[in-house]
Design a protein around this ligand. Structure first.
Ligand code: SF4
Ligand code: FES
Length: 263
């Protein structure tokens, strides 16, 4: 089927303002939007800029505004959209670097701000671990869904609050705040609370729910945000993860050795 791709073009070095450029190509069954963009770049216009890496919904690089919704280009089947004309633009709510490439700096800055890692209660144990922290499957379930975030930025592009308030941490950082607060190996919830429990923080979410709809990985940041709000009202108690000393560890079966610690 022949499809016209209406693609946002903008080169800040030569364009006064963005414009749409049309490219018509033959799209075959199975071609993703990313395949179509590569086809255009390799056969029609090498100047087209977009970002992609894994081509399998894991790296989060290829999020863009496809047919007026934030989606991963590598996971969106072109024919499944059922359009003769498909409009593609960079993610909104970010600065546009060039063509389909957004500047994701605010996403990563906000993410870094909430300490997105396990904060130990014992610095010495953190630096020189004497064992592993065991979690039950139930304890893992508490945060697993939110750990699937690939930092694609689609949720911030969909969020009306992010569009109007630069101070708001946004759905991604707030979901990760909840993810780490809920992990029973972590002791960083006090510090994270100071960062997000304020009028421009978690309380600024108006529950539009657009982030949950946009997320390609089923993270549901809107749910995490509501659970985070609730955790600030109800005393947050989590059982401590058990430290299994190295000496008690059963040897790996089949001669497979566990890797050396990376910290
Ligand atoms: S929460 Fe979902 S939409 Fe937001 S950055 Fe993570 S994977 Fe992307
Ligand atoms: S190219 Fe990695 S998520 Fe699409």
């Amino acid at each position: 089927m022949k499809i016209i791709f209406k693609i946002w073009r903008y080169d800040p070095q030569k364009d006064v303002k963005p414009y749409y450029q049309d490219y018509q190509i033959e799209v075959k069954e199975g071609m993703t939007i990313l395949d179509c963009l590569y086809y255009i770049k390799e056969n029609i216009d090498a100047t087209l800029a977009f970002r992609a890496s894994c081509r399998m919904g894991i790296c989060g690089s290829c999020a863009m505004f496809i047919d007026k919704k934030p989606r991963l280009a590598c996971e969106t089947q072109a024919l499944a959209l059922g359009r003769e004309v498909i409009e593609i633009a960079p993610l909104p709510n970010y600065k546009n670097i060039k063509d389909l490439v957004p500047d994701l700096t605010p996403l990563f800055e906000k993410h870094k701000k909430v300490n997105p890692y396990i904060v130990p209660d014992d610095e010495e144990e953190f630096l020189n671990p004497t064992g592993e922290y065991a979690q039950t499957p139930r304890e893992l379930e508490n945060y697993l869904q939110f750990a699937y975030c690939i930092k694609c930025g689609a949720c911030l592009a969909a969020c009306p609050t992010v569009g109007t308030n630069q101070e708001f941490p946004g759905p991604q950082a707030l979901a990760q705040t909840y993810r780490y607060n809920t992990d029973n190996r972590d002791h960083g919830e006090g510090e994270r609370k100071k960062i997000v429990d304020n009028p421009n923080g978690v309380w600024r979410c108006h529950m539009a729910g657009a982030c949950a709809e946009a997320c390609p990985k089923g993270v549901d940041p809107a749910l995490a945000i509501q659970l985070l709000k609730k955790s600030f009202f109800i005393a947050f108690r989590k059982p401590q993860a058990r430290l299994i000393p190295k000496s008690n560890k059963k040897p790996a079966q089949g001669g497979i050795k566990s890797p050396e610690p990376t910290i």
